[in-house]
Unconditional design. Structure first.
Length: 257
């Protein structure tokens, strides 16, 4: 397996790369991350030689719990994620919680995986298939550079964009399509699996393991969940004054409290 750094147009908290259809499994990746821990040594990429390589953007909240080890911010979570995947495979990765996009290349079987969290993060990841392999990036123009001209518009996606009116924004394509034909997005709770030796790729469901709770304990569990989530988020950022825009509602007042 050959892994190398890709000279690409990346900005903070971005991921870009290639998985090549070669006889010798190989890939290139370029990534930058925003530090989430105070004093963190950002570790965006781990080249695992003949084992598992990993690149991550975003933040994972329960890494120590899933790994069942003490995770040091200076060690870098890419190393821990690679070990989790090596020991437990896809099922272990499905236990991770957070806002993230994870790229894993398994040199043992010549397969690459790109995971998108259950809310789809806040950064779309685009990909296309070429004769060289799979090109992916959080920046659409990096993917377009790999496509020969002329490029064709996806008319169905154009209609989807014009007809959509979601809670978050109007004119957003609410599916895997983009305005360019043969360029797709990785949707929430899905994984793009790339088989180098077979020269194939497929999108498969990637559902995070959900724990069921008793309905009659719903109120108490909700408050405990909010407390736990806020504690985790605050611990991931440097000490700074916190504020929130008030809507006179229960939720914002509770969060400030």
């Amino acid at each position: 397996m050959k892994g190398s750094k890709l000279t690409d147009d990346v900005h903070r908290n971005s991921l870009s790369g290639w998985v090549f259809f070669d006889e010798t499994p190989s890939f290139e990746v370029a990534t930058q991350r925003i530090p989430w821990h105070q004093g963190e040594t950002v570790s965006p990429f781990l080249n695992g030689a003949d084992g598992v390589s990993c690149a991550v953007i975003g933040c994972i909240h329960n890494l120590a719990e899933v790994a069942q080890v003490e995770v040091s911010p200076s060690e870098g979570d890419t190393c821990v994620i690679a070990k989790i995947f090596e020991s437990g495979g896809l099922d272990a990765v499905s236990q991770l919680e957070g806002i993230y996009t994870i790229f894993i290349f398994d040199g043992r079987n010549g397969k690459g995986y790109i995971f998108q969290d259950d809310v789809g993060s806040n950064i779309p990841l685009y990909f296309t298939r070429t004769s060289r392999g799979i090109r992916f990036s959080t920046r659409l123009r990096n993917v377009l550079k790999a496509m020969p001209a002329p490029r064709e518009p996806d008319i169905e996606a154009c209609f989807d964009a014009l007809l959509s009116d979601t809670y978050y924004s109007a004119n957003v394509i609410p599916n895997h399509r983009t305005l360019v034909r043969n360029v797709h997005k990785i949707m929430p709770e899905t994984c793009l699996e790339i088989d180098v030796r077979e020269r194939t790729s497929r999108v498969r469901p990637f559902s995070r393991i959900q724990w069921m709770t008793r309905f009659d304990n719903g109120d108490r569990n909700l408050l405990n969940a909010v407390d736990t989530s806020m504690t985790k988020h605050v611990s991931l950022i440097s000490p700074a004054p916190l504020g929130a825009t008030l809507s006179s509602g229960y939720d914002t007042n509770y969060l400030l409290h």
